[in-house]
Every structure is written in structure tokens, then in C-alpha cells.
Design a protein around this ligand. Structure first.
Ligand code: IPM
Ligand code: MG
Length: 366
């Protein structure tokens, strides 16, 4: 099979981690008889430096022409980087929001899993972490506060800013359907998170989710208020299977969930539209402080590449091989510095990529 992939190395550690993910993908292609075709585009600060804007129309067209996009990370230090002196719509993050919208990537899947080998890094009490957890946050990605009308005005010498949280029922329905579909393939439970005790948008959210649930009698649905969810994530994360929520709540809760795993450097994500197309990126940011030092953890990007093989290309065996390679390398106690613990062997970003790549064909042979 020919896999036509647009890569966005981006900023900070982005180029390093994408390089390692490609190394693992190339090895996978070699072992399983596929051809990888990569085309790089610029986005974020890297694009600002060359084109003066965080995303060009040409870059969007290139991405659209591919089967999938594999992204590293974008953005820099918000207090020191000159990119943050630009107007908000010309800053690195505007490129990310623009590509999500242009490609209609409304469904953002963020798994948060406690790896057995890394349980020691979990900041929760052992009595909680020992139960393990494996949840998936299904975050709506092209609506809500991120894309509602916003403005800052001055009235009678007083500055006033407005952001709008708007959803129509179709936007809610399509993400709910994705949430229930994926719950069906997992432990068949959806926790829909909202703020229905205050917000109209949440009350609509809740009623549309209820309607969709009728088509999934085999999936259990519960509603949870977002403030309570924030609490439950640290009190009893094992209770969650699929968390279904709007854009802003999902942004916040997914950072919390990833922190609870203790290893944000391990968490992948997928942003999907209604077709097989998807944009795959690690859940973590661009970590400008460690960029270029070859010490970043490439595993989240490698696992994002595995998600790409699974969701866009239906290559489950190949995705399994990558996920298995990650587990084996961890079992052999190799660690990048962010997940390092006593008695383990600390390795660089590129060495981690080599170790993972070495395991791929080995897993096929067995
Ligand atoms: C994320 C990030 C982005 C978001 C930023 C960089 C715009 O925090 O992907 O979670 O808020 O969606
Ligand atoms: Mg975020």
C-alpha cells in the first residue's frame, strides 16, 4: 500500500520527534511491504519565519491532498519568542486552529493510559493508581469558544472583551456519534461532560447526546458536570472509558488526564473528520526549552503514527507492532529523561527511535 503523508515538523522539539516517528514508520513499511511518501509543510513559528503567516493556503492544499497528516508540535516560549509580539491571528497557534477548521477535524481523540511500566510516575496515591486506567477523551475541536465570535472594545474608557460559546445541534450530534461509536469498540461507557447547570450550550449538548444515545442501547451513558469531572479524574480515573465533551472543556480536561498518567511524553492524539483523513499529533507541546538537545521523548509521536496507521489506513497489524515495540522497549527499562527512574537506562530521543525501530520486524517474525 502507498501511504501519502503530509508531515508538519513545526517548532521546538517538533522536528526531532517527527524524525523519530518517520524512522519507526519507515521500518514498519519495510517489514510489512508498504511505501511511505512524505511531503513536509510549514506551520506555526516555522511558517511565520518564512512566509510571515502561521499557515499558507498552499500548505493547506498540500495537506488536503494527502491521506493523513503527521504533526510534531508548534509554538514557542510565549514570554520571550518574537512570534508572540504579533497580532493573535498571526501567532503560531492560529495556524493549528486554521488547519483544524480547514480540514474539518471536528473529532479530537486523546487517549490517557496509565502504562504499567510507568505507574511509578503517576502522581496519584498508590491505592488509586494501582487500579490502573485507560480512558479516551473525545473532544469537539472545531466549535465552541475557540471559533465563536470574539472582540475587544473600549466603552467609555473601559476595555471589554467577549468570546462566544456557540454550538448547533448538528455539531453536537456528529461528535456524539463518534464518541458512541468508539465506546462500542471499548468498554461501552460514555461520560458526557458539560456545565448544564449554568450554560445553554451545555443544556443543548446534553439533550442532543441523549438523543444519540437512543441508537446505542448497548452503551451506558452518564452525564457529569465539568467541575466534578475535574475532581473525579484525580479521585477515581478508573471509572472513565470515553469522556465526550466540548472544545474548551476537552482542552482543559485532557491536560489534566495526561498529567495524571505522569507521562505526557507518551500520549498520542488523532483529529478526525467524517472521512478516513486525520491529523495525528502528540498531546504535548513544543517544549522550546529542550529543543535541539536530542533529549525529547518521541514516543507520543510514534504512538500517534500508530493511530494514523489504525484509523486512516486500517493497518491494525502494523499499528499493533508499533504499540508492542513501545511496551517492549519500556519493559527493557529504556527511558528518555522525562520518564527516567532509578535503575533504568537513560537514552536520547534518536536512540529511543532506533530502539523502537529495531523492535518492529522482530515483532512480525514471532
Ligand atoms: C491543544 C493546545 C491547543 C488548543 C493550543 C495550542 C491552541 O492546547 O491542542 O490542546 O488549545 O487546542
Ligand atoms: Mg491544550
Amino acid at each position: 500500500m502507498e501511504l501519502n503523508i503530509t508531515c508538519i515538523p513545526g517548532d521546538g522539539i517538533g522536528p526531532e520527534i517527527v524524525r523519530e516517528a518517520k524512522k519507526v514508520l519507515d521500518k514498519t513499511a519495510e517489514c510489512y511491504g508498504h511505501q511511505m511518501k512524505y511531503t513536509d509543510i510549514l506551520m506555526g513559528g516555522a511558517s511565520i519565519d518564512v512566509h510571515g503567516v502561521p499557515l499558507t493556503d498552499e500548505a493547506v492544499e498540500t495537506a488536503k491532498a494527502a491521506d493523513a497528516v503527521l504533526m510534531g508540535s508548534i509554538g514557542g516560549n510565549t514570554t520571550t519568542s518574537p512570534w508572540y509580539k504579533l497580532p493573535p491571528d498571526l501567532r503560531p497557534e492560529a495556524g493549528l486552529l486554521a488547519i483544524r477548521k480547514a480540514l474539518n477535524l471536528f473529532a479530537n481523540l486523546r487517549p490517557a493510559v496509565l502504562y504499567e511500566e510507568l505507574a511509578g510516575a503517576c502522581p496519584l496515591k498508590t491505592e488509586i493508581s494501582s487500579r490502573g486506567f485507560d480512558m479516551l477523551i473525545m473532544r469537539e475541536l472545531t466549535g465552541g469558544l475557540y471559533f465563536g465570535e470574539r472582540k475587544t472594545v473600549e466603552e467609555n474608557g473601559v476595555r471589554k472583551a467577549t468570546d462566544t460559546l456557540v454550538y448547533d445541534e448538528n455539531e453536537i450530534r456528529r461528535i456524539a456519534v463518534k464518541g458512541f461509536d468508539i465506546a462500542r469498540k471499548r468498554r461501552k461507557k460514555v461520560t458526557s461532560v458539560d456545565k448544564a447547570n449554568v450554560l445553554d450550550s451545555s443544556r443543548l449538548w446534553r439533550s442532543v447526546v441523549e438523543e444519540v444515545a437512543k441508537d446505542y442501547p448497548d452503551v451506558a451513558l452518564e452525564h457529569m458536570l465539568v467541575d466534578n469531572c475535574a475532581m473525579q479524574l484525580v479521585k477515581d480515573p478508573a471509572q472513565f472509558d470515553v469522556i465526550l465533551t466540548e472544545n474548551m472543556f476537552g482542552d482543559i480536561l485532557s491536560d489534566e488526564a495526561s498529567m495524571v498518567t505522569g507521562s505526557i511524553g507518551m500520549l498520542a492524539s488523532a483529529s478526525l473528520n467524517d472521512t478516513k483523513f486525520g491529523l495525528y499529533e502528540p498531546s504535548h507541546g513544543s517544549a522550546p526549552d529542550i529543543a535541539g538537545k536530542d533529549i525529547a521523548n518521541p514516543i507520543a509521536t510514534v504512538l500517534s503514527a500508530a493511530m494514523m496507521l489504525r484509523y486512516t489506513f486500517d493497518l491494525d497489524r502494523e499499528a499493533d507492532a508499533i504499540e508492542k515495540a513501545v511496551k517492549e522497549v519500556l519493559k527493557e527499562d529504556y527511558r528518555t529523561v522525562d520518564i527516567m527512574s532509578e535503575g533504568c537506562t537513560q537514552v536520547s530521543c534518536s536512540r529511543m527511535g532506533d530502539l523502537l525501530a529495531e523492535k518492529i520486524c522482530y515483532s512480525k517474525r514471532r
